[in-house]
Design a protein around this ligand. Structure first.
Ligand SMILES: [Zn+2]
Length: 168
C-alpha cells in the first residue's frame, strides 16, 4: 500500500527548491552554522558540499525512479524535466503504480528516503502531514506522516501506533 507515496512526493516537491536555494548564498536563507565561524572567502562551506551531494543524489534518484516507473507501466521514456516536474508526473501515475504492489512499495520506499534526506538537511522543525484514513490499531482519524523520520504514526496519545518508519 502506498498511501504514503503522495505525502513524500509532496514533501519533496515543496522542499527540493528550498534545498537548491541553499546553494545560492546571496538569496538562500542560511542553514544553521554547524562548525562555528562563517564561510571563508573563496572556499565552499562543508555544509554546502553536503547540500550539493544531496541534490545530486535526489536528482539521480528521481530520474531513475521515473524511468523505472514508466518502463514498468509500458510508457514511453519521459522527456527531460526539472525534478519537481518529474515528481508531479510520478504523482500523476500513482493510481496505476498501485496496481503493481512491488512497484508501489519501491516508489514509496524511494520517495520516503529522499524526503527524509531533504527534510534532515533543511533542519527545520519537523512538519507533520495529516493523512486520510483511520489508524489500523485504534481506528481514530489520527494518522500523520513525519517526513524527517520517514515515519507514519498515529498521534492519538493512548495509541502511538507506528504504521511504518525506520528506528533511526
Ligand atoms: Zn492509533
Amino acid at each position: 500500500m502506498s498511501a504514503g507515496s503522495a505525502v513524500w512526493i509532496n514533501s519533496l516537491i515543496q522542499r527540493f527548491p528550498e534545498l537548491l536555494e541553499e546553494l545560492v548564498p546571496s538569496t538562500g536563507r542560511r542553514l544553521r552554522e554547524r562548525h562555528g565561524g562563517g564561510p571563508v572567502g573563496g572556499t565552499i562551506a562543508p555544509v554546502r558540499l553536503h547540500v550539493s551531494d544531496a541534490l545530486r543524489d535526489i536528482t539521480d534518484g528521481v530520474v531513475e525512479l521515473e524511468e523505472a516507473v514508466r518502463e514498468r507501466l509500458g510508457l514511453r521514456p519521459a522527456t527531460p524535466a526539472l525534478v519537481p516536474n518529474r515528481l508531479r508526473r510520478i504523482a500523476g501515475l500513482l493510481d496505476r503504480i498501485d496496481e503493481h504492489p512491488d512497484l508501489a512499495a519501491h516508489v514509496e520506499e524511494e520517495t520516503r528516503r529522499m524526503a527524509r534526506r531533504c527534510a534532515r538537511l533543511l533542519g527545520d522543525p519537523e512538519q507533520m502531514v495529516r493523512l486520510p484514513g483511520r489508524c489500523p490499531a485504534c481506528d481514530s482519524v489520527s494518522l500523520r506522516a513525519f517526513p524527517e523520520r520517514a515515519a507514519v504514526m498515529c498521534v492519538n496519545p493512548s495509541c502511538r501506533h507506528t504504521v511504518e518508519g525506520d528506528a533511526a
